[in-house]
Design a protein. Structure first.
Length: 305
């Protein structure tokens, strides 16, 4: 029989509380008065737990290598710029400021959703399998509060991954590829400030898309104690959505598929930048995030301690 250890930060944050004067017992309040740890302490504790896991740093390192590998490939091949103005890779030769957007677009297809699903799986399913979540659910801490803290940790990890890809892509593009401004897909050239703004927009947009995937994965994570099931379900969902997007007879369904808007990331490289598709993608991601988080909440609040 194995002994399961609860992370010290999580246990201390959720189980240590400031005493409150005793109050009569009610169905929604424990005997002796409810106790609550400060929310900022819970958030710091969750971030410590997330970023203390070795697989978190391994995942971030692998994601950071993506723009480096792309830049090395472009530098070694040194091929001519393609004629297709809509191809993001064809604009990379001598246009290093496009590299962070290209890296974000490539990782958004599989890698970022898969890594986000891993963090969602660790948040609930992983702690369920370790026995940690049972202690948290029996602690005098609201379950809504618990889910908010877990969601915050996932969101910060996702944003860290996206910023890392963009930053490494920006530096690598300038060093290995070089640039005299951002040459857009429309043929115009943006200065460094304008290019930095476009990269920031792309980074935030991709982070929102991945957070939507994580919210759905969190709902799956709340229903199982096997983290691999969460990752497999997320990957399967991405594949199914991709297949549905490629079937012409289902064109009525495609505007409601989350992955259908991911190709619109290249709009940040057009001048002027079209915003209709990007806004639609944000709204769709918000809907998926709300549905996924609501399902996760419904499961957590009814989960047996």
């Amino acid at each position: 029989m194995t002994t399961v250890s609860v992370p010290a930060e999580t246990a201390e944050a959720f189980m240590t509380a400031e005493p409150v004067a005793a109050t009569p017992a009610t169905p929604n309040r424990p005997v002796g008065g409810a106790t609550h740890a400060p929310i900022t302490r819970l958030l710091r504790s969750e971030l410590t737990v997330v970023f203390r896991r070795p697989r978190t740093w391994i995942a971030l390192a692998l994601l950071g290598l993506v723009p480096v590998v792309i830049a090395i490939g472009i530098r070694v091949s040194n091929g001519p710029r393609g004629e297709n103005g809509g191809n993001i890779i064809s604009t990379l030769v001598g246009n290093g400021l496009v590299l962070p957007v290209a890296a974000l677009a490539i990782t958004l297809t599989v890698l970022l959703p898969l890594v986000g699903a891993m963090w969602s799986a660790d948040a609930l399913a992983g702690e369920t399998s370790n026995g940690t979540l049972r202690g948290l659910l029996t602690a005098p801490v609201g379950r809504v509060r618990l889910l908010v803290v877990k969601s915050f940790g996932i969101a910060v990890a996702v944003l860290t991954a996206c910023v890392l890809i963009a930053a490494v892509g920006m530096i690598t593009g300038l060093v290995l590829i070089g640039s005299h401004g951002m040459l857009t897909l429309s043929g115009s050239t943006l200065g460094f400030g304008g290019a930095l703004g476009r990269v920031a927009i792309a980074t935030g947009w991709v982070a929102v898309q991945v957070c939507a995937v994580c919210a759905v994965a969190l709902a799956v994570s709340a229903c199982t104690e096997h983290p691999m099931v969460v990752m497999a379900a997320t990957l399967a969902g991405a594949i199914v959505f991709g297949v549905l997007s490629s079937i012409p007879s289902l064109d009525w369904l495609q505007p409601y598929l989350l992955t259908n808007t991911w190709t619109l990331l290249t709009d940040v490289l057009r001048d002027p930048m079209p915003t209709d598709g990007l806004v639609h993608g944000m709204e769709l991601a918000g809907c998926y995030a709300m549905i996924g988080w609501s399902l996760a909440l419904a499961r957590v609040v009814t989960k047996d301690g």
